[in-house]
Write a protein that binds this ligand. Sequence first.
Ligand SMILES: [Zn+2]
Ligand SMILES: [Zn+2]
Length: 338
Amino acid sequence: MRGAVIHAPGDVRFETLDDPRILKPTDAIIRTAVTCVCGSDLWPYRGAEPTDGAHPMGHEYVGFVEEVGSEVTAVRPGQFVVGSFATSCNACANCRNGYQSGCLHREFMSTCQAEYVRIPNAQGTLVATDGVPDEAFWPGLLAVSDVLGTGWWAADAAEVRPGATAVVVGDGAVGLCGVIAAKEFGAERIIAMSRHEPRQKLALEFGATDIVTERGDEGVARLKELTGGICVDSVLECVGTAQAMQQALRSARPGGNVGFVGVPHEVALDGQELFFSHVGLRGGPAPVRRYLPDLVARVLSRSIDPGKVFDLTLPLEQVAEGYRAMDERRAIKTLLKP
Ligand SMILES: [Zn+2]
Ligand SMILES: [Zn+2]
């Protein structure tokens, strides 16, 4: 089969790879329906994360079950399945507590920009749809496997409540999906921080009520103006830089909550500032599996359309261009079709 391999920063190639095989009785093999490039794939692509040797890429997927290991009974060959970037048994104590992305058997997906993919912990990870959904739903279901699930977790971790004010820091696909989540959670006012016109438009389409273009102290000052001087109830931090995290902490009112879902890079918190802020903080890799059945149903019933975050579709063999377009911010998110 063929798939994407990163060799060095800026160097992603489409290559012939070994076909994945069942390695454990808990594995399944899927044939990729559609996959994509994630904002977090840009960290190694930009050299912000070390790349030790060439390795495959990709952690988002929907596909058709090809083969299952002897212990996998929840899905069968031919079914269309959605999963998560973090695989989970869905049976251990952490899974039962709703933190499947902290599963005791967790393995992160990392080979999904390919024609076929091995899914560890398939029994607990994969959710099959009733029949094969129309192709028009595939981008939305693909979004569920990471960016929507992560935006949903950001809203959940930030404890967005009906009638609340929420601000979303970050206008990538996760931030935009965070807007969808905040709306579905019932936030009355949703402020999207974005300077990029096409992303502002999509945020408004997804339910944002206000756009703030200022950053840093000016951004916080603007939020205060919009909220009667106190800042917001819930902050969804969807970037992961030190600047974004500081922005997020200072955007929450005393007693407010920050959900941080951007993978932190060089983020350090000031204990004194945190102490006096009265702000609640929860983050981490999203327990997408907890939300999967609900989110799949919302997409298939057309109540939400997170597939709109894909504004570039390419054949899988042009994966390198997909990375370039996102790196240069010509695209929000690239959909790849095998
Ligand atoms: Zn991702
Ligand atoms: Zn588990």
